[in-house]
Ligand binder design. Structure first.
Ligand code: FAD
Length: 473
């Protein structure tokens, strides 16, 4: 006899584990299956985000920022240290401890909420039967009234630059270098390439980023992207746009790259190569014949606006479905689907999902870019304000960047808020709340902001929409 559950979640990343906890909180008998194995060879809950994504990358970004401040920024405060050095193994060890703390924390949360974990690979069969091949090879058969697919995503591999995870690495490899590479090549100037490129640049690597697209950060508002590009250039990140990689050969201890740009064929030699050209939905192989679940043209599980697959009792959330590949988007979908299963009105507003890039300066936004609005023919007005004119930013010696507010030209409704600067990963939420409540630029402009804070840039940018910023010359 197979064990029956109200809800089986396949995948324990931020989409799946959150869905499982919420379903259990709502009184549903819940199991969660995950096949991820940590560096210690033991099952590790939390998926990409906790093991090899959001959390470990932020741990290394923080360590490398401290080192960079010591070597580059503290002198202006009158602080200096003789011969500063970085011990990469201690830094990576700290990152591993943080990962373990959080993946272990999910085990405790599952226990506290009575979610049954299964460590192994799940295959979904017809009629919501699920077969789990345990890490020791034993097979367990389960059934459920509802199945939530949360199988996440995996890095895209280039056929001419295959991962060997020694010289040509993916995100997991770039989080575990044992020393600072002298020359690091990065393919892709997206979020992962910029964040991990920044980590190793701050520690002393020569970092060259090759980006096939002609525009830098095409997904971001271009005023913000340009301001960020200026800062990255100052930091010595060598970002080459319109550069298409065609070959990566490992020769001895080096990787020899061939790429083409506007000037023709170019070559570059690096010691390590990080390929960060995007991620694809992890949906191959686990769907048995006859489930009725469809995948779309990009290999993602096809779902409607409620994350429903159209097959009775089968849902899908997170990176394996449409929408931004972001941890918090997956978690929101997890909560919404658990609530829908329990007969409650769960919902996710994809229009107000915030985006953050944790570089220095940080980049954050919510809503539409000016370029998108132009293309859609929506009438808009903008206001922007630089951090250089914000007292707190000057006091912190963090004057790079700006805030830009975009509102509808006729209704004043907020359409997008874009930021590049210190701490904007935290500041963006003011804009998210305002947009979620259908606020206007005038609403933001009329909210009293504490002085002196970085958030005053949001206030001033909102005032600037109506050309009445106070501290603008
Ligand atoms: P995943 O986290 O990928 O989890 C899916 C889980 O399901 C995995 O453990 C997988 O092994 C398991 N699984 C798959 N198939 C099966 C199967 N058949 N049986 C059993 N288990 C299975 N996002 C942010 O929002 N903020 C960030 O700062 C951020 N930083 C990132 C940095 C890096 C370097 C990377 C790579 C990603 C980052 N992301 C970030 C993206 C974020 O990690 C993903 O959006 C998020 O992890 C997706 O969550 P998920 O639950 O959908 O899938």
């Amino acid at each position: 006899m197979s064990e029956n559950y109200d809800v089986i979640v396949i995948g324990a990343g931020p989409a799946g584990y959150v869905a499982a906890i919420r379903a259990a909180q709502l009184g549903l008998k819940t199991a969660c299956i995950d096949d991820f194995v940590g560096k210690d060879g033991k099952p590790a809950l939390g998926g990409t985000c906790l093991n090899v994504g959001c959390i470990p990358s932020k741990a290394l970004l923080d360590s490398s920022k401290q080192f960079h401040n010591l070597t580059h920024s503290f002198a202006v405060h009158g602080i200096s240290a003789a011969n500063p050095s970085i011990d990469v193994n201690t830094m990576v060890g700290r990152k591993d401890k943080i990962v373990k703390q959080f993946t272990g924390g999910i085990t405790l949360l599952f226990k506290a909420n009575k979610v049954t974990p299964y460590a192994g690979y799940a295959t979904l069969k017809a009629n919501r039967a699920v077969s789990v091949k345990g890490l020791d090879g034993t097979v367990t058969e389960l059934t459920a009234t509802n199945v939530i697919i949360a199988t996440g995503s995996v890095p895209i591999e280039l056929p001419f630059a295959k991962f060997d995870n020694k010289y040509i690495v993916d995100n997991a490899g770039a989080l575990d270098f044992t020393s600072v590479p002298k020359r690091l090549g990065v393919i892709g100037a997206g979020v992962i390439g910029l964040e991990l490129g920044s980590v190793w640049k701050r520690l002393g690597a020569e970092v060259t980023i090759l980006e096939a697209l002609p525009d830098f950060l095409a997904a971001a508002d271009q005023d913000v992207a340009k301001a960020a590009a200026r800062e990255f250039k100052k930091q010595g990140l060598d970002i080459r746009l319109g550069a298409k990689l065609s070959k990566a050969d490992i020769k001895g201890e080096e990787v020899h790259l061939t790429y083409t740009d506007a000037k023709g064929e170019q070559s570059l030699v690096v010691d390590k190569l990080l390929v960060a050209v995007g991620r694809r939905a992890h949906t191959r192989g686990f769907l048995a014949e006859g489930t009725g679940v469809n995948v779309d043209e990009r290999g993602r599980i096809a779902v409607d606006e409620h994350c429903y697959t159209g097959v009775e009792g089968v849902w899908a959330i997170g990176d394996c479905v449409r929408g931004p590949m972001l941890a918090h988007k997956g978690s929101e979908e997890g909560i919404a689907v658990a609530e829908l299963i329990a007969g409650k009105p769960g919902h996710v507003n994809l229009d107000t999902v915030p985006w953050v890039i944790y570089t220095e300066p940080e980049i954050a936004w919510v809503g539409k870019t000016e370029e998108q609005l132009k293309a859609e023919g929506v009438p808009y007005k903008t206001g922007s304000f630089p951090f250089a004119a914000i007292g707190r930013a000057v006091a912190m010696n963090e004057t790079a960047g700006l805030v830009k507010v975009i509102a509808h030209a006729e209704t004043d409704r907020l359409l997008g808020v874009h930021m590049v600067g210190a701490c904007v990963s935290e500041m963006v939420h003011e804009a998210v709340v305002a947009m979620e409540f259908h606020g206007s630029a005038e609403d933001l402009a009329r909210i009293c902001h504490a002085h002196p804070t970085l958030s005053e840039a949001v206030h001033e940018a909102a005032l600037a929409v109506d050309k009445r910023a106070i501290h603008k010359t």
